[in-house]
Design a protein around this ligand. Structure first.
Ligand SMILES: Nc1ncnc2c1ncn2[C@@H]1O[C@H](COP(=O)(O)OP(=O)(O)OP(=O)(O)O)[C@@H](O)[C@H]1O
Ligand SMILES: [Mg+2]
Length: 295
């Protein structure tokens, strides 16, 4: 269904100039290709330094592309103006860096109104609806300064901002890595909600433990190259590449109680994970929601 493809990367590469006077070159991303469709969560996984953030930054046009093309809705993104950001937004690992500490955090929402919807009627109702969508209580966040909010609240505020823009693709780079277990589950459920609304989500992570529960397809990156990609269940059950098998070896067994595992990496408090069918078994049925269950 080609018309469903939102984002397409075709042989995308990135070379950084490094060393004194930029005399050396580092191939951070080489010949990467994949697609994100409407209503699809795609996980981009790989060890630290494998080029995930570089790809996310190229997709968001925060850094230039050295080779290949990135298209959104069939158009080369390098030709698009600011309107691109009405459709595509990013949320990053460290939400604090997206906020100016001297202004209330919800200024990120006001700026959207001033930039894109100066004459919009019913703005406060729209803000209230977007906050409700990301499960934030307006009374708890409006008027608060960034240091008065948690990392998870700030990340959800950024997602609310993306919703106000009515975006079609969200690039989420390591958004769960600094969150505690229950907030992490909230944010993952939120991604599942975005998917249900028909958004495409690129979920970047080096931690395979939880994000993969909400993803339809997985792209495995190593040293800037795709080593394998396919349906998430297939990658988890029958990883073809030894590198993927190694990445998976550090993940608690799917369906097992986290507390039973020798080295749980995802939920330090031993919270079990229950999939959509309630079995905790993601086989053949990618979870649409991750729920918290008190053991
Ligand atoms: N601005 C830059 N200038 C030079 N080299 C860079 C720059 N940004 C990243 N790199 C290098 O490019 C490679 C890929 O980095 P990148 O940040 O994309 O990795 P990553 O997969 O996101 O890693 P992590 O999981 O640690 O976030 C690394 O070797 C990194 O040192
Ligand atoms: Mg990164």
């Amino acid at each position: 269904m080609a018309e469903d493809v939102l984002l397409r990367l075709d042989r995308v590469s990135k070379v950084y100039k490094v060393g004194a006077f930029g005399g050396r070159e580092l191939a951070a991303v080489s010949d990467v290709g994949f697609e994100v469709r409407r209503g699809e969560v795609v996980s981009l996984i790989g060890e630290s330094g494998s080029g995930k953030s570089t790809l996310a930054r190229m997709i968001l046009r925060l850094t230039s592309v050295s080779g290949g093309t990135i298209t959104f809705d069939g158009t080369d993104v390098s030709t698009l103006g600011r309107s691109y950001y009405r459709q595509v937004q990013g949320v990053f690992q460290d939400p604090f860096s997206s906020f100016n500490p001297i202004f209330p955090a919800d200024r990120v929402l006001t700026m959207i109104r001033d930039q894109f919807f100066p004459r919009a009627a019913g703005w406060s109702e729209r803000v209230a609806a977007a906050l409700e969508d990301v499960r934030l209580d307006p009374g708890q966040v409006l008027g608060k300064y960034p240091h008065q909010l948690s990392g998870g609240q700030l990340q959800r505020l950024l997602i609310a901002r993306a919703l106000l823009l009515d975006i079609r693709l969200l690039v989420a780079d390591e958004i769960t890595s600094m969150l505690d277990a229950s907030t992490r589950i909230d944010v993952l459920n939120l991604l599942a909600d975005l998917k249900a609304r028909g958004l495409g989500v690129l979920f970047v992570t080096h931690d395979l433990s939880l994000g993969t529960y909400v993803s339809d397809r997985t792209v495995v990156l190593r040293q800037g190259r795709v080593v394998e990609s396919g349906p998430t269940t297939q990658i988890f059950e029958r990883p073809e590449h030894p590198y993927t098998r190694n990445l998976l070896a550090s993940v608690p067994r799917l369906g097992a109680k986290w507390a039973d595992e020798a080295a749980p990496t995802g939920l330090p408090d031993g919270t079990p994970v229950v999939t959509a069918d309630g079995t905790g078994n993601a086989t053949g049925n990618v979870a649409t929601h991750v729920t918290e269950e008190k053991a």
